[in-house]
Ligand binder design. Structure first.
Ligand code: PLP
Length: 432
């Protein structure tokens, strides 16, 4: 975001100026109400135009057999089709025997792994996690709401650490993990994080994979959902977490997840899990009790469509052509409307699906409520924090990919009006 603007900080206004400003924003807000809008920037979904990019897949696969001559329509092949695993092993920087291709949701794989750890324990666990007095996860915040919901459902406690530009606050993570054996793991979206857009550096990843942990079975849930989801030509590389973990003597610490949900189809893609070979076997042994094999027809369809890792990279550039203008428009409107008032900051991500907006502390819920009243759905305030509790009530996640460009413009105009109105009200209250 650029800071050049003619707007003065709201906190510098006199009481009279502030009253006048609040009245203007209230008028603008009432003006929005008359439009009867129905806009939604809540979830990071691909737009129809993005989904259309993969429609060539609908006529595939062209054959019923994989490279080895096995019929993909039948049972079997629990680890997934080699052809698609090869492509994603290259993209995710792992070996073929470290990666499993599953069905359509990586979130499901994360849930399976957590449930297996709770019920059975991992290969390095003294006992199943359910038999511990308590299990705690470290959650970088702001983070992905579904990660937190999943832990809450399973009775896993959450402690937060700040997410920074270069990844989670390593010192805070190390301090939490060092002495407390109940601290069994952490979430991390390492590339273009949801929602901050931050990418974890190789240095931070090295510290996380090598730090001493009181729990011998500490796991990093390395959710690389946006590994190849670049918005610019500067294609940020993900840290090489499995190699780092192995080199640090903690080969089973990291479990990587990814999917093609935002590459091919969000509802009909392929999800991946990658970790040490021993931990892959552990995962497959449990999986084998509930599955006789994944959807290999879909694996083959994807492998034929993309051909190779470069095919995926080229495809992602087409996505960027569609969504980068929406991110740029979001930034343009917010800059034009908000810069200089010093009541909001936001990031300009170079990849991923989200923009992280921080408003005047204590006003995020008010902004979301104001927006809702005039027909704009925003992600609930606090969603990016465990139990939906943002201690400062300042964080709002914006997801511009799904609406058409013109609606992004309209939605951000509404956001700006609501941010300014809520901030003016707050400052009026404080001055009263
Ligand atoms: N992980 C992160 C960080 C996400 O943002 C999302 C979707 O928004 C997912 C996982 C969901 O992935 P999948 O569709 O593979 O279940």
């Amino acid at each position: 975001m650029t800071e050049q603007s003619s707007h003065r900080p709201l906190s510098a206004l006199s009481a009279e100026e502030l009253d006048a400003f609040a009245a203007t924003q209230r008028e603008a807000y009432e003006q929005v109400r008359t439009k009867g809008l129905s806009l939604d920037v809540t979830r990071g979904k691909p737009s129809a135009a993005q989904l259309d990019l993969a429609d060539g897949m609908l006529g595939l696969p062209s054959t019923t057999k994989d490279r080895s001559g096995t019929d993909v329509r039948n049972y079997g092949g629990l680890a997934g089709l080699v052809e698609i695993r090869e492509i994603f092993a290259e993209l995710l920087g792992v070996d073929l025997d470290q990666i499993v291709a599953g069905n359509n949701s990586s979130l499901t794989l994360m849930r399976e792994v957590l449930v297996d750890l709770l019920l059975f324990g991992g290969i390095d666990s003294p006992r199943p996690w359910k038999d511990e007095d308590k299990v705690t996860f470290i959650c970088p915040v702001p983070g992905y709401d579904r990660h937190f919901g999943l832990l809450a459902e399973l009775g896993i406690e959450m402690v937060t650490v700040p997410m920074r530009e270069d990844g989670p606050d390593v010192e805070a993570v190390a301090a939490l993990a060092k002495d407390d054996p109940s601290v069994k793991g952490m979430w991390l979206v390492p590339t273009y994080a949801n929602p901050t857009g931050a990418t974890t550096t190789q240095e931070v990843a090295a510290a996380l994979t090598s730090m001493p942990t009181a729990a011998p079975d500490f796991k990093i849930f390395w959710d690389n959902a946006y590994a190849v989801h670049h918005l610019t030509e500067d294609e940020t590389k993900s840290a090489d977490v499995l190699s780092l973990a192995s080199a640090a003597g903690n080969p089973h610490r990291a479990i990587m997840f990814a999917s093609t949900s935002k590459i091919s189809y969000a509802g009909a893609g392929v999800a991946f899990l990658a970790t040490s070979v021993e931990q892959v076997t552990w995962y497959l042994d449990h999986l084998g009790m509930g599955s006789i094999g994944p959807d290999k027809v879909n694996h083959l369809r994807h492998a034929e469509f993309f051909q190779d890792a470069d095919g995926v990279r080229a495809h992602m550039r087409k996505h960027a052509e569609i969504i980068a203008p929406k991110f740029a428009e979001l930034d343009r409107v917010l800059t034009e409307r908000l810069a200089g008032y010093e009541v909001a900051t936001w990031n300009s991500p170079t990849g991923g699906y989200f923009v992280n907006l921080d408003v005047l502390p204590g006003t995020a819920s008010r902004v979301v409520a104001l927006a809702k009243e005039v027909g704009l759905s925003l992600t609930p305030a606090g969603a990016s924090f465990p139990h939906g509790q943002d201690p400062k009530d300042e964080n709002i996640r914006l997801a511009p990919t799904m609406p058409p460009l013109a609606e992004v413009t309209e939605a951000m105009e509404v956001v700006a009006t609501c941010v300014l109105l809520a901030a003016a009200e707050k400052l009026q209250d404080q001055g009263a």
